[in-house]
Design a protein around this ligand. Sequence first.
Ligand code: DLL
Length: 443
Amino acid sequence: MSSILQSSMTECHPASVPDFTPVQQLRDLQLRRLRSVVARTWQHVELFRSRMDELGITPDDIRSLEDIAKLPFTKKTDLRDTYPFGLFASPMKDIVRLHASSGTTGKPIVVSYTQEDLNVWTSVLVRALAGCGLHRGDIIQVAYGYGLFTGGLGAHYGAEALGATVVPSSGGHADRQIMLMRDFGVTAMCCTPTYFLHLIDRAAELGIDMKKLPLRAGVFGAEPWTESIRQHIESGSNIEAFDIYGLSEIIGPGVGCECQRHTGLHIFEDHFYPEIIDPDTGAPLPDGCEGELVLTTLSKQAMPMIRYRTRDITTILPGQCECGRTLRRIGRIGRRSDDMLIIRGVNVFPSQIETALLQTEGTLPHYQILLTRVQGLDQLEVQVEVTPEMFNDKIGALQELHQKLQGSLDRVLGIRVRVSLVEANSIERSEGKAKRVIDRRTS
Ligand code: DLL
């Protein structure tokens, strides 16, 4: 077991957890690890070495943390092009786990871990869960999918190493999830935020009041969610909702997580070095500027990632968190640079639609964006569920809500979209990541 894991497993006392390392000490550690990971990747990964050659640089050119900007980026297409094992830096005999994430085109991307990588992954999850106020004695239900997806197993081992009792329910079977939550006295839930919303609704249908369960925290991630969704979750269940971030290419869940201050997500910087770049030019941006998050794994053995372009749009928040952690924070990830829809020439982000919808009273946090093409022209329809009271009320109330939504979407998006108000529970629920956009356009 790594010493980091051991120290993380003790009580969450500032002196014992790497989250509180003095900044200069952290930067020194990052530089040492950066130089070492660059040298290792250069030695073992052909694609990386050839890109360094093209740029005329060698690992010796990395002398400061700022020198990271000299290094080439890695992109998702690099993982696809070298499918399945082309970016591995360790021999297969040292690799103890593979995970994969489905891509939009055919083959998945494959990621690998040595035992040491798994220990690091567990240690960051321990730190994430401890930062959410969880500890030994908690009963944590993990309803992220177990399997090739990193969510289930990642959260599982972290919760176990924390000393909590783990209920590995995996995704799906809402009624059974609720029964386990109630009968086992579950105190914390790990799943996607949209799946938890579904569980709140389903519990109400079953006559179970979530607010009366011992549940006190939820650690939600794997998909973008907004403050409005947090409010719906917290008011529907009386729990404290935390945002956890991660991606398979870097490790899985546990790259960053909110602490109890809820002012951004702390990145576990001793293992994952964050940068923000301009997504169009690739130029590094200063703290406080919004751009694409780029991550470098500082300690990964099996499959190090150098300057991986996540496509996730966020900012590195300036200043230190009041919790005392020295780890830098990113703002919550509301969108990806590649989820932008272009409708009749106008850029539209699903997160803008979500915010406009959920700020209006009478709507439920379940919606779908439907794209079609009529006579060569793109049409965007937003279907949103409305509360049963609203749906059963006089027609005038529905019309008024419709007008309000139409007005705010027109204003926010700058184009005319169609709004359809639909009955509660009519939009299909997902057990994992919600599918918000249905594209029926044929070119
Ligand atoms: O979703 C890992 C994970 C599992 C994270 C469980 C948190 C909890 P992938 O399937 O590879 O890995 O998808 C990674 O999901 O690049 C983001 O676009 C999105 N994502 C993950 N967490 C968040 C979050 C897992 N908290 C991709 N907020 C990432 C917004 C998120 N987006």
